[in-house]
Design a protein around this ligand. Structure first.
Ligand SMILES: O=C(O)CCC(=O)N[C@@H](CCC(=O)O)C(=O)O
Ligand code: ZN
Length: 344
């Protein structure tokens, strides 16, 4: 397996050839003294001999059909293995759901990004590949962050693409902070990476980014990099800024961030999440209505169980509308404009 990787430099191919497990963990050192560890399928850790104090997790394919982030991560992994890119920080890449990549679907049995923060174990007796993977991914994140001092700067960018088109092509979800201030430097980093729209979540969730933020104090975000396309059909020129900023982060190059300026970003507050209560839930708007489309108070967004689901405040914008989710899960996130932020 080591030989195959160092001949092809293609970690994604290796992962897809072993979608559920690998025979045994792999560990080796590159000639530039970077330690490489592969403890499980889709998990690769790079530790340079000397680092500048950041522990960075970059995850992709938590949804198997969201391919652009997979291509971006695989390209970074390949460059590190070829020693074309010299790391200045510890980094762990996670290819979240290899089986779902094979299927070309968001998930195989259950949405992996609804199973973190312990949710994988909240239904005793219910076992499936996503529940096992969520538990294991939590373990790898825990080991990666806690192997070193808690005072180090912990970062987790969970990279996704969205099902429908968006008025703001790239955006990030800032997980619920429970009174902790938002980080101005992180918002400006994302803006420099082309992610100029930030959604502030209003409550704890079972997403991967919330897990890292809440349990390890990581600067963690779900980052949406555009619309979903099949593997190989992504226009990679749309990710130049994102890749440049991630590369600077990994290599310790000056980030050259601008001072915080609210006019440079679009800030939205998640005001509520509308869950599905009945099987017959359906939206009143079509599939080509973009994320961030706003609707006025009283507008009927959806119908279910003979009832209308209406916009409650003066104006609310939609993001991630999806009626094809199991009963009990989120069908859409509703947004208002964010008020003055508590920043640090
Ligand atoms: O486009 C869509 O409908 C879904 C895109 C996606 O996978 N979004 C994440 C957001 C996670 C978060 O709220 O932090 C998800 O739904 O898991
Ligand atoms: Zn996703």
């Amino acid at each position: 397996m080591y030989q195959a990787l160092m001949e092809s430099y293609d970690f994604l191919a290796l992962t897809l050839a072993n979608p559920t497990t690998i025979n045994e963990p792999i560990s080796f050192t590159l000639s530039n003294q970077t330690q490489v560890t592969i403890p499980d399928t889709g998990v690769i850790i790079f530790e340079p001999e000397n680092d500048q104090g950041k522990d960075i997790v970059l995850s992709c394919a938590v949804h198997g059909n969201e391919t652009a982030p997979i291509e971006i991560c695989n390209e970074f992994i390949s460059k590190i293995l070829k020693q074309e890119l010299r790391l200045a920080q510890r980094v762990m890449f996670l290819i979240g759901n290899p089986a779902a990549i094979h299927h070309g679907t968001r998930f195989v049995e259950e949405n992996l990004n609804r199973l973190f923060n312990g949710e994988h174990s909240n239904s005793p007796g219910l076992v499936n590949s996503e529940r096992i993977r969520a538990k294991n991914l939590e373990l790898y994140v825990d080991q990666f962050f806690t192997q070193r001092n808690a005072s180090r700067h912990r970062i987790h960018y969970d990279l996704h693409t969205a099902i429908r088109g968006s008025k703001h092509e790239k955006f990030a979800i800032y997980p619920y902070r429970s009174g902790r201030p938002y980080k101005a430097e992180q918002i400006m980093f994302l803006a420099a990476a082309g992610v100029k729209t930030i959604l502030l979540h209003h409550e704890p969730t079972t997403t991967f980014s919330y897990f890292s933020s809440e349990n390890y104090g990581a600067d963690a975000f779900t980052v949406e990099l555009g619309k979903v396309f099949p593997m190989g059909q992504n226009d990679m020129t749309r990710f130049i800024e994102t890749k440049e900023m991630l590369q600077r982060l990994l290599t310790g190059k000056d980030l050259e961030l601008e001072a915080y300026d609210e006019s440079k970003v679009n800030l939205y507050q998640v005001c509520r999440v509308i869950n599905k209560n009945y099987e017959d839930f359906e939206f009143t708007f079509s599939n080509d209505v973009e994320n961030f489309t706003a609707f006025p108070k009283g507008y009927i967004l959806a119908k279910e169980g003979g009832q209308a689901v209406k916009v409650e405040t003066e104006q609310e914008a939609i993001v991630f509308p999806n009626a094809k989710v199991p009963v009990g899960q989120r069908t859409v996130m509703m947004l208002t404009t964010a008020k003055q932020l508590l920043l640090c």
